[in-house]
Ligand binder design. Structure first.
Ligand SMILES: Cc1cc2nc3c(=O)[nH]c(=O)nc-3n(C[C@H](O)[C@H](O)[C@H](O)COP(=O)(O)OP(=O)(O)OC[C@H]3O[C@@H](n4cnc5c(N)ncnc54)[C@H](O)[C@@H]3O)c2cc1C
Length: 239
């Protein structure tokens, strides 16, 4: 990574989105402005156990939302970074560098954009899809969003509202109504992608963006690339 300014920001508000997932709304100190592109992340420097651990969190808000910006994360069992953040109260101060990352929308094409999200991996797609829906052009966007249960789908009301308002956006929730420990990308996402984008209706011009947790993200990537979609047309971010 090249050098980037380090910022400090205070936690202005904490919102519990599900019992395990929280949004933190952060206000950058000294009136400094954070410029970023939808899809980028920040590297937080967390003072834990006498060390500084670095953890990446994607910006969930839009660049236009000037007052505060949002990160959204879930508490990972035994995870030091997420547990530390979950222990903080409003008013606490955080340090971070960034923005970083190239998992962003390139120049918009007149084509179909397919966003494939696994659980909290939907975060980068919130600002990306918002940007896409307000941009001029002849593109469409589809969000395929998988989680164990309907109550785990983050920003669900917002996706449904956007779908009602924008004829060129559709939202496909994919849930298994299962316990979190029984959920897997292989069970919920892979068969759907195989059926709808590999076996049927292959359109080479489609652009795919995949974001989720762990190695199964690579299975989705390989499934689509193996089906003949261009390497550059299948972008992914694995957390
Ligand atoms: C570019 C990038 C952007 C990211 N953006 C976000 C974000 O917006 N929101 C967010 O919640 N996390 C995000 N992460 C993950 C985050 O950086 C941490 O890895 C996560 O919070 C776990 O850190 P930890 O110290 O608690 O656990 P660790 O002990 O570091 O545990 C890491 C393990 O947890 C897995 N893991 C990573 N993220 C998650 C998760 N969210 N849920 C369950 N398991 C996970 C990893 O695959 C790894 O096996 C991002 C990661 C990257 C690389």
């Amino acid at each position: 990574m090249s050098s980037s300014p380090t910022f400090t920001a205070a936690i202005e508000k904490i919102v519990e989105r599900t019992p395990e997932t929280r949004s933190f709304f952060l206000r950058v100190a000294n009136g400094r402005k954070l410029s970023f592109v939808p899809g980028q992340f920040l590297s937080f420097l967390l003072p834990i156990g006498g060390q500084t651990l670095t953890r990446a969190y994607t910006i969930a808000s839009l660049p236009e939302e000037e007052e505060c910006f949002e990160i959204c994360l879930n508490q990972v069992d035994g995870g030091p970074g997420s547990s530390y953040l979950f222990s903080l109260q409003e008013g606490a101060v955080l340090c971070f560098s960034g923005p970083w990352g190239s998992f962003v929308l390139d120049q918009l094409l007149d084509t179909e954009y397919i966003f494939i999200a696994d659980r909290v991996g939907v975060v980068p797609f919130r600002p990306m899809i918002a940007r896409l829906l307000t941009a001029s052009g002849h593109h469409t966007a589809r969000l395929l969003y998988a989680a164990p249960q309907a109550g785990d789908l983050l920003y669900a009301a917002e996706w449904q509202r956007w779908e009602g308002q924008c004829a060129h956006f559709s939202f496909q929730p994919l849930t298994d109504q299962c316990e979190p420990e029984k959920y897997s990308i292989e069970k919920v996402l892979l068969p759907y992608i195989e059926q709808h984008f590999v076996k049927e209706a292959r359109q080479p011009s489609r652009q795919f963006y995949i974001c989720g947790i762990g190695r199964p993200v690579l299975l989705l990537r390989d499934l689509l690339r193996g089906a003949g979609y261009e390497r550059q047309a299948v972008k992914y971010e694995k957390w």
